[in-house]
Write a new protein. Structure first.
Length: 91
């Protein structure tokens, strides 16, 4: 949920539409991704809706973006207004 228009307002919906139902049907608790060079973690969330504000026995996946080294664009540290599903973020 950075201010990167494509990653957070366009591309994310393409990915969510393609895999969100699959993750839920498979009972996935934790989805780890690396792309942007920051850290962000959600509460358990499905279809943009927070299903719980705890991580005990989640009924939907928790999404974590784990920033990695090697980016020549620099640190991504400009955040959009806090969405309801965000539990933590840092850059």
């Amino acid at each position: 949920s950075t201010n990167d228009n494509y990653d957070c307002k366009v591309g994310c919906h393409k990915i969510a539409d393609a895999v969100e139902e699959l993750l839920a049907d498979a009972g996935v608790d934790l989805f780890l991704a690396g792309h942007l060079h920051n850290y962000e973690r959600s509460f358990p969330v499905f279809n943009g809706t927070v299903t719980a504000r705890t991580y005990q026995n989640p009924t939907a996946p928790v999404h974590v973006v784990v920033g990695n080294a090697g980016d020549d664009e620099g640190l991504t540290d400009s955040w959009m207004t806090q969405p309801d599903w965000r539990a933590a973020n840092t850059a």
